[in-house]
Ligand binder design. Structure first.
Ligand code: ZN
Length: 81
């Protein structure tokens, strides 16, 4: 289930309530930022899902390679717990 696009036809980069970061997943299993997800997509690589990115390293969008997709709680270092 994908979120609604806004009035400009863009997917949100964060959830409305809470402001948690969203990572879009394409048919080819790429991690995609909201900007690229909102662009016209190749029909063989459409957006098929979206996940809330809770924790972990910031990742780069597999498509533009520019926007850091940062997790809500950052990188968890288990050795220091
Ligand atoms: Zn991107």
């Amino acid at each position: 289930m994908l979120p609604d696009k806004d009035e400009k036809g863009n997917y949100p980069s964060h959830t409305g309530p809470g402001g948690y970061p969203l990572v879009y997943i394409s048919q080819n299993r790429k991690d995609i930022c909201a900007v690229c997800a909102s662009k016209k997509r190749d029909e063989r690589d459409e957006i098929v899902g979206v996940v809330l990115y809770w924790e972990g390293m910031a990742i780069l969008c597999d498509e533009c390679g520019e926007i850091n997709l940062e997790s809500a709680y950052g990188e968890i270092d288990e050795e220091n717990q």
